[in-house]
Design a protein around this ligand. Structure first.
Ligand SMILES: [Fe+2]
Ligand SMILES: [Fe+2]
Length: 188
């Protein structure tokens, strides 16, 4: 099992959103991690595997998708890679800790990078259109969810480059949401 196979499975199982989201998260991790010392291979594995627990094939009712992703990775994927046992553990932890609703602190620089990159993909115009794509076809509901995610994430990014991107993305969000309110007369 190599990273190419994992990327292929993310594409096949990720319902049209999982693979593109993971590719963006990896790009974000590269950008915000430019000045950090970390194992990129570990981050790449964690990024592609981090949301598998939300994919229909692996999803389990009552188990948080981040924990479920870790279980799948640890049971079905990581032991069959060339990663050392120590690196497998770092990947597994980064997966479990990625969600912004998890109040626990990160444990490694890799888990920090994965979570802050994932959070940035929920901000900005990309964050807005992702939320709209989730549906349902009820703009008020999508709009409320956009605000709730922004509320949950803003002010929590810590890597300097991530902070800069956060500020920029929050400003863009503000502008787009103001235009949305204006054009819709606030009727959503
Ligand atoms: Fe997630
Ligand atoms: Fe994600």
């Amino acid at each position: 099992m190599d990273i190419e196979r994992i990327k292929q499975m993310t594409l096949e199982e990720g319902q049209g959103w999982g693979f593109a989201h993971s590719c963006r998260v990896l790009k974000l991790a590269d950008l915000i991690g430019a000045e950090l010392n970390y194992n990129r291979e570990v981050v790449e594995y964690a990024v592609y595997l981090h949301d598998w627990g939300a994919f229909p094939t692996y999803f389990q009712v009552g188990v948080h998708h981040a924990l479920r992703s870790r279980q799948v990775a640890q049971e079905e994927i990581l032991p069959y890679t060339n990663l050392s046992v120590a690196d497998q553990k770092i990947v597994a932890e980064a997966i479990e800790l990625h969600d912004y609703r998890d109040p626990r602190p990160h444990t490694t620089v890799e888990s920090l990078l994965v979570r802050e990159a994932d959070w940035l993909d929920m901000l900005g115009v990309i964050g807005i259109v992702r939320e709209m794509a989730w549906g349902p076809n009820n703009l008020r509901q999508c709009y409320e969810r956009i605000l709730a995610r922004r509320e949950g994430i803003q002010g929590r990014l810590t890597i300097p480059q991530a902070r800069e991107m956060e500020i920029e993305r929050l400003a863009r969000m503000e502008a787009v949401l103001a235009q949305l309110q204006e054009e819709s007369f606030g009727i959503l």
